[in-house]
Design a protein around this ligand. Structure first.
Ligand code: SF4
Length: 338
């Protein structure tokens, strides 16, 4: 990623602000962890970080209202357990900061229907939903833009599937500023070099709904039960067949969880057929389980103290609301609403 002003700003002691949202799925898998949470946790010292569990976004598709509180709660604590230390970032629940919906409305008045209708994710999701497409699903990118702009985020960590939405947020900032005067910074995308894990089938993205995932809360035996039957390089039909680690999801898992010597052992052993796939999987299972054990431990500790979790949630929401009030007041003034 190009960040032309970063060095200069850092010299002035400015920590750039980062925002990202987390879907309240209740189940966080190793793909989420490697692709997002662990990467975000590594940014806490260098950036002013804001993360939120996006329950309002989750309303854009059918869901069970009675399940939502538990899903939000679990997602919140898994993210803390996985590294989003609330002492070092602002972590909150989206709907606890109602200012976001007002800014969303203001941005909607600056957004183009044509641009929204070109969003790939909208097309994909609406095809899956058949006739149940809500206006909320259509305007989802506007709410996402409101999330980002409400906290004046300068940097947004994105995966490839979110670049279009981030570009929309940049356009929303430009459109608002052009119409009402300079108010919001245009957020920049931060692309990371983190390994991208596929599902256990090695065909589709890892996903809870596709049931091809490993949850962060699974122990070594559960991880082994899944990995021992997971897809590998299809060219390795017999143990004596050499393989190509670069096309194998298990090797990507080594890159995500194993020390350099084990990554090298796996790559060399695969190419020369000096190890079998089960040897390779056993080693990555051990490394993965070792890294995730403290996450599970922290999760258990938090889950056993829901009162403390509610306090952390309330503190995060109050911190976010303070900034939201200030920035929304500025937007209101710009738009002539005060
Ligand atoms: Fe994949 Fe490892 Fe088997 Fe190679 S040896 S195909 S990297 S599981």
């Amino acid at each position: 990623m190009t960040e032309p002003n970063q060095a200069t700003r850092r010299e002035r002691g400015h920590r750039r602000s980062v925002f990202s949202g987390i879907q309240p799925t209740g189940v966080v898998h190793i793909g989420n962890y490697v692709g997002a949470i662990r990467h975000w946790a590594g940014m806490l010292d260098d950036y002013d970080c804001t993360f939120c569990v996006v329950d309002l976004h989750a309303m854009t598709v059918p869901y069970e209202p009675q399940e939502m509180p538990q899903k939000v709660f679990e997602t919140f604590i898994i993210n803390i357990a996985a590294g989003l230390d609330p002492e070092r970032c602002c972590l909150f629940v989206q709907s606890h900061v109602p200012q976001v919906t007002e800014l969303c409305w203001m941005l909607m008045t600056c957004s183009s229907m044509g641009e929204l209708s070109r969003m790939t994710q909208f097309k994909d999701k609406s095809e899956k939903l058949g006739g149940q497409v809500s206006a909320g699903l259509f305007t989802y990118p506007v709410l996402m833009a409101a999330d980002i702009l409400l906290y004046k985020a300068e940097v947004v960590p994105v995966g490839e599937d979110q670049t279009q939405h981030l570009e929309f947020a940049r356009e929303a900032a430009r459109a608002f500023n052009a119409r009402f005067g300079e108010t919001f910074p245009e957020p920049e995308a931060l692309f990371s070099e983190v390994p991208r894990l596929m599902g256990l089938d090695n065909k589709q993205k890892m996903s809870k709904s596709l049931d091809n995932h490993i949850s962060l809360l699974e122990d070594r035996d559960e991880i082994w039960a899944k990995l021992s039957t997971a897809a590998t390089d299809p060219a390795r039909v017999r143990r004596a067949d050499p393989g190509t680690p670069e096309i194998c999801n298990i090797f990507t898992m080594h890159k995500a969880f194993s020390p350099p010597e084990d990554i090298e052992w796996s790559a060399h052993g695969c190419r020369t057929a000096s190890i079998g796939c089960l040897d390779c999987k056993r080693r990555v299972t051990d490394n993965m389980a070792a890294e995730l054990e403290p996450v599970r431990e922290k999760y258990r500790e938090l889950a056993a103290d829901p009162g403390r979790v509610r306090e952390i949630m309330a503190e995060g929401a109050e911190n976010a609301r303070q900034r939201a009030r200030t920035n929304l007041a500025e937007a209101r003034r710009s738009a002539g609403l005060l």
